[in-house]
Design a binder for this molecule. Structure first.
Ligand SMILES: Nc1ncnc2c1ncn2[C@@H]1O[C@H](COP(=O)(O)OP(=O)(O)OP(=O)(O)O)[C@@H](O)[C@H]1O
Ligand SMILES: [Mg+2]
Length: 267
């Protein structure tokens, strides 16, 4: 038998374990069918600003009148709730899970499921993947214009699962001006391309130069994609990670920077 799960979508004509994978993909597709667009915010490099970007883009879309969901796909090190000052929990007895709503945005994170943020979440790949499936398959996202997914660093279980299982519009690659950020951003983008996923563009974050920096140019050229915008290193953006207000809500200049990026994304 040469046909595999990628080429044959009829569960009756493949090995039972493949059939199961196909059925689950179908079930995920059904559960997410009322979401018009799914966008991943990604870099294999830690600390480049994926969570910061995901939140500011989600809030900018929301400010422009779109219905938005925000999924924290950093399953074992969830940070999104810290940025947003969320301490409420989701009801784990209630299946399907219901995202919490903050400022009109539907938000789901493992941090809303584990009872103590001071405890480490020590889970192997299969449990991380199972948790992701629960967010895709057993969570009531309802009607959304955009689901923004904040990916974890690395190129293993979580990014791989998202790329293999979800029907994504594409990924926004975050880079910094430094060589190490750029190299890992290229690695992330090439992973997405290898799995036949689109790259929407690159955001250069925490920039200190106003002009195009050579490492940012290298990322765009290597991935054959455009620079959506530069986000400078800014105190109001940084303070979000200490629980201050979302930068695009309290700083008009920052809102305009993200707004220009979002116009390119929705365009
Ligand atoms: N443009 C910016 N200006 C100032 N500080 C920023 C900016 N972008 C991100 N930061 C800060 O950098 C730190 C890392 O950001 P963030 O957590 O968003 O990165 P990440 O890529 O999601 O990290 P991880 O890989 O751990 O998930 C945070 O303290 C954040 O406030
Ligand atoms: Mg993060």
């Amino acid at each position: 038998m040469t046909e595999n799960v990628e080429t044959n979508n009829n569960p009756n004509q493949v090995h039972p374990s493949f059939a199961n994978v196909i059925k689950r993909k179908e079930s995920i597709k059904n559960n997410l069918s009322s979401i018009k667009h799914r966008i991943g915010i990604y870099s294999a490099k830690g600390g480049v600003g994926k969570t910061t970007t995901a939140i500011n883009i989600a809030y900018t879309l929301n400010k422009k009148g779109f219905k938005v969901g925000l999924l924290d796909a950093d399953i074992d090190c969830p940070n999104l709730t810290v940025f947003l000052g969320i301490t409420d929990m989701m009801d784990i007895e209630h299946i399907p899970l219901v995202p919490l709503v903050k400022d009109g945005i539907k938000i789901a994170s493992t941090a809303m499921l584990v009872d103590d943020t001071k405890k480490p979440i020590i889970w192997r790949g299969p449990i991380i993947v199972k948790m992701l499936y629960d967010f895709f398959e057993n969570t009531t996202w309802g009607d959304l214009d955009y689901l923004i997914i904040d990916l974890p660093p690395g190129t293993s279980d979580a990014p791989l699962t998202i790329m293999q299982v979800l029907d994504m519009d594409g990924f926004i690659i975050i880079t910094t001006e430094q060589k190490v950020g750029a190299l890992n951003s290229v690695r992330s983008g090439l992973m997405a391309k290898r799995l036949s996923k689109s790259i929407i563009g690159v955001i250069a974050n925490m920039t200190k130069e106003n002009k195009h920096n050579e490492h940012i140019n290298y990322v765009c050229a290597s991935l054959g994609t455009e620079l959506l915008g530069n986000i400078p290193f800014d105190k109001d953006i940084e303070d979000m990670s200490n629980g201050s207000d979302v930068a695009v809500l309290n700083n008009q200049k920052i809102y305009e920077l993200y707004s220009n990026i979002v116009e390119k994304i929705i365009g």
